[in-house]
Design a binder for this molecule. Structure first.
Ligand SMILES: Cc1cc2nc3c(=O)[nH]c(=O)nc-3n(C[C@H](O)[C@H](O)[C@H](O)COP(=O)(O)O)c2cc1C
Length: 191
């Protein structure tokens, strides 16, 4: 597919078919991630691919919700019209539905946090664009970060920082484009 088309067609997918994904398709996504730019070429990422084990991640998230009386408090969203509890519930449903959950971990290095987070953003977007290119849907799931210590411990990766999840699968329906800001709202041109 042409790049313009891939960028325009990439949308967050929240309804997945249960069809399995071939290993070579997953490898294509991961290879696209591997080629992403990174601050100082640190390539600070580690990817974990979960098939049926994704259900354990959903379980860890569900258990934490129960422990917190079905409430997720996220002060970073306190001023916005956003319900973190509903988001986590929906993310749990999606993790169960999509056949693959990719987790992206960051190598812990306190002197490189900002650059490494940006680098992981680049790798994650390469995954989502590559998925679109071969007809797969994707969804970033930051909601895994509320249970990042429990998940890392379960996977034996407690020395790393879980940054995000990305659910991957075949889209069940066409995904409509989320409302995007116009260029004139977000750009300043200076001569
Ligand atoms: C870093 C990041 C984290 C996200 N985390 C979640 C999430 O936890 N749950 C979710 O449903 N969507 C999540 N999303 C998807 C956004 O809601 C989505 O990108 C946004 O609404 C714009 O829609 P679009 O991706 O279709 O353009 C995340 C996206 C990004 C880039």
């Amino acid at each position: 597919m042409e790049l313009d088309k891939v960028i325009a067609l990439r949308r967050s997918c929240r309804m997945f078919k249960t069809n399995k994904i071939k290993k070579k398709e997953i490898d294509y996504l991961l290879n696209s991630a591997r080629l992403a730019p990174s601050a100082a070429n640190r390539q600070p990422w580690h990817f974990v691919v979960l098939e049926s084990e994704r259900l354990k991640i959903a379980d860890i998230m569900e258990k934490q919700l129960e422990r917190q009386n079905n409430k997720v408090v996220d002060r970073s969203y306190a001023t916005k019209n956003y319900n973190p509890t509903a988001s986590v519930r929906e993310s749990i449903r999606i993790i169960k539905e999509a056949p693959i959950l990719l987790l992206i971990f960051r190598e812990n290095d306190s002197s490189w946090v900002e650059g490494d987070y940006l680098s992981i953003g680049c790798a994650g977007e390469n995954i989502c664009l590559a998925a679109t290119n071969i007809g797969l849907g994707s969804l970033w799931i930051r909601d895994v970060s509320y249970t990042k210590y429990d998940i890392a411990k379960y996977l034996g990766l407690d020395d790393m920082d879980l940054v995000t999840g990305i659910a991957i699968g075949f889209p069940k329906e066409e995904n409509y484009q989320a409302k995007k800001k116009d260029l004139n709202e977000i750009v300043t041109y200076l001569k």
